[in-house]
Write a protein that binds this ligand. Structure first.
Ligand code: ZN
Length: 475
């Protein structure tokens, strides 16, 4: 989940200021829980859970051991022994709807040669913690784990059950993680009402948050693989149709020509209006004033691709393969296409359009992932109010609002079951660091991590610990 963080585009001037400021501020933290959290994150980043293949079981076992030290019994779940997820529950003895603290164990693969530091070494350097997963999303996992453990350590009476859930396979669509777990083990989620997950973002200016976006809905992913066959042979005498690769290129051009006009959905409108309140520039004006019919020319001129992607379907070619030498035609070629539909769209109409684009050259179509639209999570809930109160207390001049994101997360599996799921970003992230998500040199500022751990503990404590008067033993 990287795209929306890129929206936090700020003047380059801040880059230098932030660097100097953070060098000054990068001293050690005195809070033992935050030191413990940092050590846990470093150790977690050293476990390579690149997906594919995943190997999430090693990450799940690591978390299981941390919980076992606290006397919390966590179990591994999942059909594939190499791809286990982890589940633990703190019981409250009440009937209030339970809260799930969710994160994914897997990370996207790295191109090691393009990193300036080893990606799975958990290196601390220059005020940062480096490694694949530092932002997406092992940092959130450890913050959730510390908040969960904190409740147990303090022997607090709980007003609701709290579930810690670390899942496999989010980065490839969650079929071997969240989807499978919810289908195979529904009893584990009895009386669950709320989920906190990745997917939110915040606008961080130097080291202050101006806007906290709580994700309530995401676009619908449709992942396709296109295969093309052609005559193999010497490329000095190609066939009239050009062969498999030429046919594939023509087909991909046709796909790119599928019209994707702007359309404003109600949740996106609310999201833009909320985000616009935190900006004083022309972009803020356009966001606050967005309405149907969309002013296409102005939106094209003022809004970044990240915002515009929330107003239309997007079709991105992400992988092309075929051929192995200059003078031979391959018999097969393949391309992967990542399509994101507007949050209220079903996949069938787009699949029909793709089939039409494939028809002239006879390409084959494989559907890798076809999600369904799910209702957005409402923002008039006690959990949203708890988040907003904690975030604005943490950063007094900030604004909190519901947002829609272009990326996808496992939250959709819970929303489909009527469970309120919010994507949150408890860590401040400057835009130049946000770009390392799914990219090279992924890293989190150590100080921002510690602060986010503190914020997460506040949120979970406020929502799950019983109020003070209920904590006294009955006499
Ligand atoms: Zn993620």
């Amino acid at each position: 989940m990287s795209l929306l963080r890129r929206l936090a585009v700020l003047p380059l001037l801040f880059c230098l200021v932030a660097t100097v400021h953070c060098r000054r501020a990068a001293g050690g933290d005195s809070d033992p829980v935050e030191r413990e959290a940092e050590a846990a994150l470093v150790a977690y980043l050293r476990i390579d859970t690149s997906n594919p293949p995943g190997n999430e079981t090693s990450g799940a076992r690591f978390l299981q051991q941390l919980l076992a030290k606290e006397g919390i019994d966590a179990k591994l779940i999942g059909a594939d022994p190499n791809r286990q997820s982890l589940y633990a529950r703190l019981p409250s003895g009440t009937n209030e709807k339970a809260l799930v603290l969710l994160h994914h164990i897997d990370v996207v693969p790295v191109v090691a040669a393009e990193w300036t530091k080893p990606a799975f070494a958990g290196i601390r350097s220059g005020g940062y913690i480096w490694g694949r997963g530092a932002l997406d999303v092992k940092s959130l996992g450890i913050a959730e784990l510390m908040a969960f453990v904190d409740l147990k350590r303090r022997h607090l009476p709980l007003r609701r059950d709290v579930i810690f859930l670390a899942v496999a396979d989010e980065e490839m669509g969650g079929l071997h993680g969240c989807k499978e777990i919810l289908e195979q083990n529904p009893e584990l989620f009895a009386n669950t009402g709320f989920v906190l997950n990745e997917g939110g973002y915040n606008d961080t200016i130097v080291d202050h948050v101006s806007f906290w976006g709580i994700e309530v809905q995401a676009k619908v992913p449709l992942w396709l693989r296109i295969t093309m066959k052609g005559a193999a042979g010497h490329s000095a005498s190609p066939p009239d149709d050009g062969g498999a690769l030429a046919k594939l290129v023509r087909t991909l051009e046709a796909l790119q020509r599928i019209p994707t006009p702007y359309r404003l959905t109600p949740a996106v409108m609310r999201s833009f209006h909320a985000a616009g309140k935190a900006r004083q520039d022309e972009r803020g004006e356009v966001l606050r004033g967005i309405a149907e019919p969309v002013d296409t020319a102005r939106v094209d001129r003022v809004l970044s691709p990240g915002y515009r992607s929330l107003l239309r379907e997007t079709i991105a070619i992400t992988r092309i393969a075929g051929g192995n030498t200059i003078n031979a035609l391959p018999a097969n070629a393949v391309a992967d296409v990542d399509i994101r539909l507007l949050p209220d769209e079903t996949t069938a109409p787009m699949i029909e359009k793709v089939k039409k684009a494939l028809a002239p050259d006879g390409g084959g179509l494989q559907i890798l992932l076809a999600a369904e639209p799910v209702p957005d999570s409402p923002s008039d809930t006690p959990l949203f109010r708890t988040l907003a109160a904690a975030m604005t207390k943490f950063e007094p001049d900030s604004i909190v609002g519901p947002i829609v994101t272009a990326g996808t997360t496992d939250s959709r599996y819970f929303r489909a079951r009527g469970i309120v799921a919010y994507g949150i970003a408890p860590f401040k992230v400057n835009y130049y660091d946000a770009d390392t998500v799914h990219g090279n040199d992924e890293r989190i500022r150590a100080r921002f991590f510690s602060e986010g751990v503190r914020l997460m503990r506040t949120i979970v404590d406020d929502f799950c610990a019983a109020p003070a008067q209920e904590k006294r033993p009955a006499r």
